[in-house]
Design a binder for this molecule. Structure first.
Ligand code: NAD
Ligand code: DAU
Length: 374
């Protein structure tokens, strides 16, 4: 029996982690703690919300007293911490909210775990989910692409290449550029400080861009799928040349499961897709896939591409070297990108109601009603 607190479980990645743990470990009790900000959506968990080993608690991670109380009440012995403000563009407009949630919220969780466990670390684990953006940006030394120096069974597709010789490894110095990545870097430092100072059994992972079902449609892939469907312009920042390393969200959830159970205390693991793409190339794949699945001539919507002012401080290239995780724990991505993007586009087109509820704001009104007076 284990009692696990998953924070941010109503968000994109968190909902996949909650689903995986609730289904795979009926003997565990899973407590999903989420504030239900604009990004939290309980509809992401409809299929498991009545499972006997699942509990939802609406709370703010910054509320230290409430978190300590929840940890005591549910006898929590493992924390998987995903709750965060996660969108770079929002952090540029409102950095305070990012410092509050990502830094102070993480600190409040760490302090609550330290107080509740009170030095009895046996069987305990505090697992903090972070991002590759803390490392800053990599150089784009090969804009035309070179054969990728390492591959997995999931990255053998024709387009698989790298745009530079350098990769994010676990020993790199942190060089965050956006308020979002600066807040995540700060939270990572606090997690490690709690291990080094108090002995809290921590673990940190830094992952690349995720894609898949249930992602909030402010992020590139779901936003563009929805815009293409409605034939709205697709705002491509700058020249669309920036490179991201994409990982299917269920593969990230599998990595989290593997690391939570088998990762070494105090270690850092990078998680990535071995799958670099320039934004403009990924956008073209998404357009063709949406067109085909909607029965439109493939590529008919290319004219929706609209180049707009670049994001301030836009990092040029991210590419993860996750060979440590592959070597030490045997994890690697399972899904080829071509397969993953097809599944993803199909999911958004088949789940229009989910998308329309969000874009109409109906789901926020629903929570306000449900939690009135609490
Ligand atoms: P998301 O924005 O979809 O979900 C975040 C969740 O956290 C939401 O359910 C929200 O309601 C909740 N939350 C926000 N503030 C809270 C608070 N103060 N108290 C309690 N709950 C709060 O984010 P995501 O994309 O699923 O990312 C999850 C985590 O993974 C984040 O820590 C993010 O930094 C990290 N990450 C994301 C990616 C990615 O590509 N999306 C990649 C690497 C790492
Ligand atoms: O690398 C991991 C990170 O990936 C996570 O830590 C973040 O939480 C997650 O949001 C994501 O950050 P990005 O900034 O890379 O994701 P986003 O979907 O916002 O943008 C992907 C790329 O597409 C980026 O280069 C900016 C570009 N873009 C994005 C949007 C929303 C556009 O060109 N137009 C857009 O409208």
């Amino acid at each position: 029996m284990k009692n696990i607190l998953i924070t941010g479980g109503a968000g994109f990645i968190g909902s996949h982690v909650v689903r995986l743990f609730v289904r795979k470990y009926p003997e565990y009790r899973i407590v999903n703690l989420d504030k239900l900000t604009y990004a939290g959506n309980l509809a992401n968990l409809r299929d498991i919300e009545h499972e006997p080993n699942y509990t939802f608690v609406r709370e703010d991670i910054c509320n230290y007293d409430a978190i300590l109380d929840i940890m005591r009440r549910h006898k929590i012995d493992g924390v998987i911490h995903l709750a965060a403000e996660s969108h770079v563009d929002r952090s540029i407009k409102d950095p305070f909210t990012f410092a509050r949630t990502n830094v102070m919220g993480t600190l409040s969780l760490l302090q609550a775990a330290k107080t509740y466990w009170n030095g009895d670390w046996e069987g305990k684990r505090f697992y903090h989910i972070s991002t590759d953006e803390v490392y800053g940006a990599l150089e784009m030394t090969h804009p035309e692409g070179i054969p990728a120096p390492f591959t997995t069974k999931a990255s053998t597709g024709e387009d698989h290449c790298a745009y530079g010789e350098s990769f994010f490894t676990e020993d790199l110095k942190y060089m965050p550029h956006s308020p979002y990545s600066a807040s995540k870097a700060s939270s990572d430092h606090f997690v490690r400080a709690f291990h080094d100072t108090y002995g809290l059994p921590t673990i940190v992972t830094n992952c690349s861009n995720n894609y898949g079902p249930y992602q909030f449609p402010e992020k590139l892939i779901p936003l563009f799928i929805n815009n293409i469907r409605h034939r709205r312009p697709l705002p491509v920042y700058g020249k669309g040349e920036n490179v991201r390393d994409w990982l299917y969200v269920e593969d990230h959830a599998r990595a989290i499961d593997c690391i939570f159970h088998h990762g070494k205390e105090a270690e850092t693991y990078n998680i990535g897709g071995f799958n670099e793409w320039k934004n403009i190339d990924i956008i073209k794949v998404v357009i063709k896939t949406v067109d085909r699945l909607l029965g439109r001539p493939e590529g008919a919507d290319m004219d929706l591409i609209t180049y707009v002012t670049d994001r301030a401080g836009h990092d040029m290239r991210y590419a993860i070297d996750s060979r440590k995780l592959q070597r030490e724990l045997g994890w690697e991505p399972s899904l080829q990108f071509e397969e993953g993007i097809e599944k993803t586009v199909k999911w958004y087109l088949d789940n229009q109601e989910w998308m329309d509820n969000i874009t109409s704001g109906d789901y926020e009104k629903y929570y306000e009603e449900m939690y009135k007076g609490r």
